[in-house]
Design a protein around this ligand. Structure first.
Ligand SMILES: Cc1cc2nc3c(=O)[nH]c(=O)nc-3n(C[C@H](O)[C@H](O)[C@H](O)COP(=O)(O)OP(=O)(O)OC[C@H]3O[C@@H](n4cnc5c(N)ncnc54)[C@H](O)[C@@H]3O)c2cc1C
Length: 580
């Protein structure tokens, strides 16, 4: 049992980085290198050595913009089109322009990228228009290599503290409140700047397996980045643009467009026919996937059984060794083999994640949020489709900018009453002798997310969701109880998930049009550029509930021709192609 201990410690630092997965470590490294005198703290609810989405390994960089293969203009165009035009291009362009430098740095860290006989990066085509996928033959070592750099740079690492609320004062960031996941002791961190890199909200929908932690996303990313930003008053963009992925059924891992696609694999219907032009994950592609299932041609499969033995063996090596060892065990246990049969896929649970879609805390091209001194990068910031290299690169931007920001500021004063209020909120479930355990609160919330918010979205269902969520909140606030500090962490996560569910429903109801394919398919509405060619920004209203506003899309820096705008809309192959 993880005993619940009393106690509060306060520490001060120049820059607090919350989340030591992908974006966070790069932010820390860049900040420390730019100003070695700065006191940089990297805090994680797990252990930075093995935390976050890349903890087990990655098969490649999904979106590298490498001179000779792609240009920043081309990439900016591609992401703009894939995201139905709702993109502030400056942030995408800056990423595209500078990500090559980050690749070279990662290369120097010892993360090897695939090269051809001439020693050039061996980039593969998966996207609809350009060529950006760079395989990583030893991608299983990515986190280890990153961690070595953190040690070398002497970054202060604080493990096993979960951030629960941001502190603000004087209209800017002041720090954060954190709870030890093993002892429940509090840590108040005063900071001149805070960088949030807490990853996706990966436990919003419930996987079809029913397992709370059987999510596609790293399961410790339960959405605190989104909830904390909301409670601190930051703006969150386009939360109705859900993340939904095509995954291996019951394993819930990538199927995988980025590995199998360039080697000749593809998504097929039950007849073994290819039905989508491009396996790149987009809302439009997911809509076709959904339509195929609804049209009675499902299940949908990953088709590799037409490939040569050497090709299948290589796909297995990458997916089962480099990326996720559990995947090989899964297929072995089930008795499925890529060589002899197609592998069943399905549609994942919904989540918030800009890494794969666009829903995130609003940031500009410097990773600045709407609160001075507060930054966000990686899956929780709203730079669309930015994946792992986007997390590294935008994390770097945040670290560099934060170092400049702290030059001119001291610690902001904040109200200690906020800390007291947070301690009361956090510890409330420990004060009860009996009641509802957090896992039941979480299960119920996420089941309602599936029942009522899973696209296609229907107004009456989403309104019902809001009523059900209010009932769950009442139960949570009055009856949730925990027995130890581990359950306390789960109770905090349950509360975050409920906040995210409320935001997902409110944002989805606000945008009265359909956009981004399946991600925001509202059955009663067509796409409506006249009224909705804009971002939606969600903030916490004066009544404590989500408030909304429209925000114009910034003028494009890369023009899109009229005949290019719908390139992602036509994802269905004209006549289905029988398996070779
Ligand atoms: C299964 C899978 C496969 C993928 N494959 C690829 C691929 O092959 N190529 C590619 O380019 N991209 C891939 N991606 C996407 C890529 O991994 C992510 O976009 C990227 O790693 C996100 O980085 P991040 O820093 O935002 O989040 P993460 O790396 O997940 O880091 C978030 C960190 O925040 C911590 N945290 C969460 N909540 C709290 C809290 N309350 N307090 C303190 N700490 C907290 C977590 O413990 C974690 O360490 C994949 C993603 C997944 C899930």
């Amino acid at each position: 049992m993880d005993e619940i201990l009393d106690g509060t410690t306060q520490i001060d630092c120049d820059i607090l980085i919350i989340g030591g997965g992908t974006a966070g470590p790069m932010a820390a490294l860049k900040a420390k290198r730019k100003n070695p005198e700065a006191n940089v703290v990297l805090l994680d609810k797990a252990n930075v050595k093995r935390s976050g989405a890349i903890s087990m390994g990655m098969d490649g960089l999904n979106n590298s913009v490498i001179p000779g293969y792609a240009t920043p203009e081309q990439y900016t165009k591609e992401i703009t089109i894939a995201n139905d035009g709702i993109v502030d291009q400056k942030a995408v362009y800056r990423y595209a322009d500078e990500c090559y430098g980050i690749i070279q740095e990662l290369d120097q860290f010892g993360i090897r990228f695939q090269k051809d006989q001439n020693g050039e990066y061996d980039v593969k085509k998966v996207h609809h228009i350009g060529t950006y996928v760079l395989p990583m033959p030893n991608g299983d070592t990515v986190k280890k290599a990153l961690y070595r750099q953190l040690r070398k740079a002497r970054i202060n690492i604080v493990n096993r503290y979960m951030a629960t609320r941001l502190l603000t004062g004087e209209d800017r960031i002041a720090g954060a409140i954190c709870v030890n996941t093993r002892t429940a002791e509090f840590l108040v961190v005063r900071a001149k700047a805070v960088i949030m890199a807490l990853g996706a909200a990966g436990r919003l929908g419930l996987p079809s397996s029913g397992y709370l932690y059987g999510t596609y996303e790293n399961a410790s990313n339960s959405g605190e980045g989104y909830a904390m930003s909301y409670h601190a008053g930051a703006g969150l963009a386009n939360l109705e643009c859900f993340q939904i992925n095509p995954l291996i059924k019951d394993y819930n891992g990538p199927a995988c467009a980025y590995v199998a696609g360039p080697m000749g694999g593809y998504t097929a219907n039950a007849q073994g026919e290819r039905f989508i032009e491009c396996d790149y994950w987009s809302g439009q592609m997911m809509q076709e996937f959904y339509d195929e299932l609804q049209g009675g041609k499902g299940p949908v499969y990953l088709k590799l059984n037409h490939l040569a033995e050497e090709t299948v063996a290589e796909i297995e090596r990458v997916l089962h060794i480099v990326e996720r060892p559990t995947r090989g065990h899964f297929h072995k246990g089930r008795g499925t083999d890529y060589r002899t049969e197609m592998i069943e896929m399905h549609i994942s649970e919904v989540g918030f994640c800009s890494g794969h879609s666009a829903s995130g805390v609003f940031v500009d091209e410097h990773a600045r949020t709407t609160i001075p001194g507060l930054y966000a990068a990686g899956d929780m910031a709203n730079v669309p489709h930015n994946y792992m290299l986007g997390a590294f690169t935008n994390g770097a931007f945040a670290g560099l900018d934060a170092v400049d920001y702290i030059k001119d500021v001291d610690f902001a004063d904040f109200d200690m009453g906020e800390v007291d209020a947070e301690q009361t909120r956090v510890l409330a479930p420990t004060k009860r002798d009996d009641g509802i355990p957090p896992n039941q609160i979480e299960y119920k919330t996420r089941r309602f997310v599936n029942d009522y918010l899973q696209p296609p979205k229907v107004t009456a269902k989403m309104e019902l969701a809001q009523r059900r969520f209010a009932e769950v909140r009442h139960d949570m606030e009055n009856e949730m109880y925990v027995r130890d500090s581990h359950e306390l962490m789960r109770s905090l996560e349950a509360s975050t998930i409920l906040d995210c569910a409320d935001m997902a429903a409110a944002a989805s109801l606000y945008r009265t049009e359909s956009r981004w394919g399946l991600y925001h398919n509202r059955v009663e509405y067509e796409r409506d550029d006249e009224n909705w060619f804009c971002h939606t920004i969600l903030t916490k209203g004066d009544d404590g509930k989500p408030a909304h506003r429209k925000q114009p899309v910034q003028p494009y820096v890369v023009e899109i021709d009229d005949d290019e705008k719908n390139a992602y809309a036509n994802q269905r192959v004209n006549s289905t192609v029988a398996a070779e």
